[in-house]
Design a protein around this ligand. Structure first.
Ligand code: ZN
Length: 251
């Protein structure tokens, strides 16, 4: 088994084994390698320090003990958010949030047979100011909330957002309560990147994009205190740090 990547909380690794071999993390099957044997594994914000990776079947049987370094997470206090964005109580709004959550879940569950994750990622904005790091403990209007699972990149409204790698558009909607305009790109092997608070979408669900293609523009729609791109990455329910893919290229 070949394996290379960033072994840190929020990080990602890319491996190669026998075609279609089953991939297990700590005895839970997390997927099947591609027809060329490529696979992805990710370590979420709270991933344990020791994990066991196993590939099995198709003549490939190998075990690798992985050491995952701890992430460095800060505390992020955001005040002045409207209460409907922090702890909504209106029944109609709650129903809308639930319906949006189901559609987003379907987007994150996309399973395109692609290997765009191999080409290495570029940044989605050419100039920006980092306004929120991955994994920060959020305190919203003084109340501790879920950690921040994105990287916040402040830039003027209308700044073009580039696809950091090729992918299939798995989700593209405007007007979501929390996210405003939201696009998800499926880069293969369960690796899905997401772009939040967009003011304009230039792509539609089901479309393929290439690295560097403009997918829309920065905005402040949804739960945002100013124009920025919240860039997220998910792999099989785990939230990853999208920055861990920038400049990384699978051999
Ligand atoms: Zn964010």
């Amino acid at each position: 088994m070949q394996l290379d990547g960033r072994f840190v909380q929020g990080g990602v690794a890319v491996g190669r084994t026998a075609p279609d071999a089953a991939v297990f993390l700590d005895d839970t099957q997390v997927g099947l390698a591609s027809a060329e044997g490529w696979f992805v594994i990710g370590f979420d914000r709270d991933a344990p320090a020791e994990q066991v990776l196993r590939v099995s079947g198709q003549g490939a049987d190998a075990v690798r003990r992985l050491t995952v370094q701890p992430g460095d997470f800060d505390v992020q206090r955001i005040n002045g958010l409207p209460q409907s964005q922090v702890s909504p109580t209106n029944p109609q709004l709650l129903a809308r949030i639930r319906a949006e959550a189901l559609r987003k879940q379907a987007g994150f569950a996309s399973q395109a047979a692609r290997a765009d994750f191999r080409e290495g990622f570029i940044l989605p904005l050419s100039t920006y100011r980092l306004s929120g790091r991955f994994g920060g403990q959020r305190v919203l209007n003084g109340v501790p909330a879920r950690p921040h699972y994105g990287v916040d990149m402040a830039a003027p409204r209308g700044t073009p957002i580039l696809a950091p790698a090729g992918g299939l558009v798995a989700f593209a909607e405007t007007g979501l309560h929390y996210e405003g305009g939201l696009v998800m790109l499926d880069h293969g092997q369960g690796l899905i990147s997401a772009y939040l608070h967009m003011s304009r979408l230039d792509v539609a669900t089901g479309q393929s994009v290439t690295q560097g293609q403009v997918i829309g523009a920065v905005g402040a729609e949804g739960r945002a205190t100013g124009p920025h791109l919240c860039w997220r990455m998910k792999w099989r329910e785990r939230n990853l740090n999208p920055m861990s893919l920038v400049g990384f290229r699978a051999a």
